[in-house]
Write a protein that binds this ligand. Structure first.
Ligand SMILES: Nc1ncnc2c1ncn2[C@@H]1O[C@H](COP(=O)(O)OP(=O)(O)O)[C@@H](O)[C@H]1O
Ligand SMILES: C=C(OP(=O)(O)O)C(=O)O
Ligand SMILES: [Mn+2]
Length: 533
């Protein structure tokens, strides 16, 4: 009898049969289980490669929050936070647990928030071994074997399908957050992103209200001098890629909290995009794809177990999940001091925004609440090419509270600590998507290094007429002509037109925030020209 088995908790309180539970298995045991169950295969680098099934990205239209006394008056209801009936939740809970009891299932205790003061314990119950491995890689791993009384519970069963006609869901898959029962139910989808982003949404609700902490959809790293940098950005904009920097310690790649005196990772691992990954371009991530890592929806070169990262037959959103210590210079526990630099990463599919610009305080607030970027293909169901979006706080999909709640916390903190704020376009240059090309990763890295090293302090800037952004005239390691995007388009008038179109989009999106906006923010609105000829 294994030690883990002896410590197994009674799961009767979850309507689960403890005899069926494989509790707190270690990595080798989970990989063995996954292989035995036929969930996947071992890649020649040692990583477990699985397919997540019908869903290879999140499904935001099927993500609900139970509406009850805790949430009714606090949650920002709408197309992001969709109401769910508490009674239907209870019925689904009965059904999904009954479904799990029919076979063995996997239970893992973990926690979120590297800063012990804000630790939130989690019990994850999964139908498959690979989902449990994901939870082990992404959440923080407790020192002791288990957790006696976990605060939150996630129950995830990809093969359990809801019946929309009786269960109150939109279709057979769902992700439902219940703040009263402190439980997340995930059914009909095997995409592991739902698990991590579920807990992220929970923390986005709890931390500002109960602890005055700003939760952020950002990556973070720290320099040798202890200078923290954070990188906000929607999926695919480069948080994970750009935070993995051999010159700097990694704090985390996706979800962080900013308290009075710390920036801390919510998670204990990373979830990197794999499309076109090479050892040359992203050496740290490439090296992390070893035994214990989980590859999702990748393909092998024919007749081999070598992953072909260029193959996106199953999805563009191929992923790898690994514990943070798989990155050489990870900081553990993943906590850092006050940020010195903040980067807003945007993948501009219009090819209009500059590759780097310095923002003043009003612009920083304006761009944070606007959250302009493109949704890249694959991360959300139904998105097949870059699509313009304004994702407030660069993570609207995960915000249960109104965006101004987060923006005012950020404003407070930015004012208190002297922070440089930069807007970085990791998206298109030389034309819009379809004509232009994605900014070269090496250039983006060079611009970020320059900002971090203070190189721009001695470089002149020019203001762009539409967005009022300050553009550097030069940058070490980057051709000067790409720094002003207008120069990269073959037809400057076409650029002006597109810039005007984007300015208009910014202005109309901002209408919803205008009433509560400061003078500074209003002064940052782009200047729309009525006639561009
Ligand atoms: N200029 C660039 N800056 C950052 N990433 C880039 C750039 N050009 C291409 N990419 C690619 O875009 C993807 C960014 O994904 P990732 O870092 O995982 O984003 P996020 O963590 O924000 O979801 C990676 O596949 C990366 O190789
Ligand atoms: C995992 C996700 O996000 P990111 O690409 O930001 O890591 C996601 O949106 O499902
Ligand atoms: Mn990421």
């Amino acid at each position: 009898m294994s030690k883990a088995f002896m410590l197994k908790p009674d799961l009767g309180y979850l309507n689960l049969n403890s005899d069926r539970a494989l509790y707190q298995l270690n990595v080798a045991e989970l990989v063995e289980e996954a292989l035995k169950n036929g969930e996947g295969t071992l890649a020649d680098s040692g990583a477990l490669a699985i397919d997540t099934g019908r869903f290879t990205g999140r499904s935001p239209k099927d993500r609900f929050i139970v509406c009850d006394e805790v949430t009714e008056k606090t949650v920002w209801w709408g197309d992001i936070n969709i109401k769910f009936d508490p009674y239907n939740f209870d019925i689904l809970f009965e059904k999904i647990t009954k479904h799990l009891n029919r076979n063995d299932f996997y239970v893992r205790d973990a926690y979120a928030c590297a800063d012990e003061r804000y630790k939130t314990t989690i019990r994850v119950v999964t139908e498959t071994a690979y989902q449990n491995l994901f939870a082990n890689n992404l959440f923080l791993r407790p020192q002791v074997n288990g957790i006696s009384d976990p605060e939150w519970t996630i129950i995830a069963a990809p093969s359990f399908l809801a019946d929309p006609l009786v269960d109150g869901t939109r279709q057979s898959n769902f992700s439902i957050l219940n703040f009263t029962k402190k439980m997340i139910l995930i059914g009909g989808s095997g995409y592991t992103g739902e698990i991590k982003k579920g807990i992220f949404s929970v923390l986005n609700f709890i931390l500002p209200e109960q602890r005055h902490i700003l939760p952020m959809h950002c990556s973070a790293n720290v320099g040798r001098e202890g200078d923290t940098a954070i990188f906000f950005g929607l999926s695919g904009t480069g948080k994970t890629t750009l935070s993995a920097d051999p010159e700097r310690g990694l704090i985390g790649d996706d979800e962080h909290g900013w308290s009075e005196d710390s920036v801390f990772n919510f998670e204990g691992g990373c979830y990197a995009k794999c499309v076109d990954l090479t050892a040359e371009k992203e050496p740290q991530i490439f090296k992390a794809i070893k035994f214990g890592a989980l590859l999702e929806n990748t393909n092998y070169f024919k007749g081999t177990h070598t992953v072909d990262f260029t193959n996106i037959n199953k999805t563009e959103n191929t992923r790898v999940a690994y514990p943070i210590h798989y990155i050489d210079n990870a900081v553990i526990p993943s906590i850092a001091g006050m940020p010195k630099n903040i980067f807003f990463l945007t993948a501009d599919a219009f090819g209009v925004l500059p590759p780097i610009a310095k923002l003043n305080a009003g612009q920083a607030m304006f761009h944070f609440i606007s959250g302009y970027t493109a949704k890249v293909a694959g991360t959300e169901a139904g998105i097949t090419e870059p699509q313009l979006t304004f994702s407030a706080c660069f993570g609207k999909a995960f915000l249960p509270l109104h965006p101004t709640r987060y923006a005012s916390l950020l404003g407070e903190k930015m004012q208190k600590h002297k922070v440089n704020v930069w807007l970085v376009n990791t998206g298109w240059s030389g034309g819009a998507y379809g004509v232009g090309r994605r900014m070269k990763l090496a250039y983006t890295r060079a611009m970020i290094s320059a900002a971090l090293q203070g190189d721009f302090e001695n470089i002149a800037f020019e203001a762009d007429p539409v967005f009022g952004l300050q553009l550097p005239l030069s940058c070490p390691g980057v051709p000067a002509e790409i720094l002003n995007p207008r120069n990269t388009w073959s037809d400057a008038r076409e650029y002006d037109q597109k810039a005007n179109e984007l300015a208009q989009a910014f202005v109309s999106n901002f209408k919803q925030f205008e009433a509560g906006a400061s003078e500074e923010m209003l002064a940052s609105l782009p200047k729309v020209v009525e006639n561009t000829h």
